[in-house]
Design a protein around this ligand. Structure first.
Ligand code: C5P
Length: 227
């Protein structure tokens, strides 16, 4: 299992300070909408300068028509990030078009698709997708696998079923992790590390429990010791 720390602080300087505190650890860093919209490519370069071995997950959750998504995926692949994501609900055709566009790029980033956001509870998910989360997340994952992507973003509770319906090697990345029972915030389907392990999760994403901790490095170390 790998730890991916969400850099969701309010400012660029706080995010850089956090990355600096964590620079000795073998971790992934997640750059989301807010930081990327504000701080752009320079932010990614600055993170790699702090530690060239940091792996970067650019969490922009692409959702558009297939050609527009593929164009964006091509541009993302030039940024030097190690992983990015799209929405599975954009459809198989869109996901295939993305993979077709980037397949020959040397060391292309890993590509994941979001199944169901971990902030959905079952009722609010059903209102949009007319199906319960577990079934639909697995269906989205099968579409993603068939389209040739590397894995999915899902809740820890769906990881094992998704692997059983696709492949053990199909990556699962799970936000909504509260390693030691911390406050869930706006997340509905939160899990701890024991659940993530049982579910054979490949990447856990942890945001607030780390960047709001009094000592983020200590929290990261505590998490890594449980792996
Ligand atoms: O602070 P917390 O640990 O809840 O942060 C989770 C991070 O993962 C946030 O950056 C959020 O945008 C992201 N995320 C998520 N659910 C998804 C995909 C991404 O919570 N399905």
């Amino acid at each position: 299992m790998k730890l991916c720390v969400a850099l969701d602080n309010d400012t660029l300087s706080e995010n850089l300070a956090l990355a600096t505190k964590l620079k000795e650890y073998d971790i992934w860093l997640k750059v989301g909408f807010r930081a990327y919209i504000r701080d752009g490519k320079e932010f990614i370069l600055a993170l790699k300068e702090i530690n060239p071995n940091f792996k970067i997950f650019l969490d922009l959750k692409l959702y558009d028509i297939p050609n527009t998504m593929a164009d964006a995926a091509f541009e993302i692949s030039q940024l030097g990030v190690d992983m990015f994501n799209v929405h599975a609900s954009a459809g198989i055709k869109a996901m295939q078009t993305v993979m077709e566009r980037i397949k020959d790029i040397p060391n292309r980033p890993l590509v994941l698709a979001v199944t169901a956001l971990t902030s959905f509870d079952n009722d609010s998910f059903k209102n949009i997708y007319n199906e319960n989360i577990a079934n639909k997340a697995t269906k989205f994952a099968i579409d993603t696998f068939r389209a040739g992507l590397d894995g999915v973003v899902c809740s820890a509770f769906e990881s094992l079923a998704i692997k059983q319906n696709t492949s053990n090697k199909f990556i699962t990345l799970t936000p909504g992790i509260r390693p030691f029972g911390e406050d869930s915030g706006d997340q509905q389907r939160v899990a701890n590390i024991a659940i993530a392990k049982e579910e054979l999760v490949d990447f856990i994403v942890v945001g607030r429990p780390i960047y709001k901790a009094a000592n983020p490095a200590e929290t990261v170390e505590k998490i890594l010791k449980t792996f």
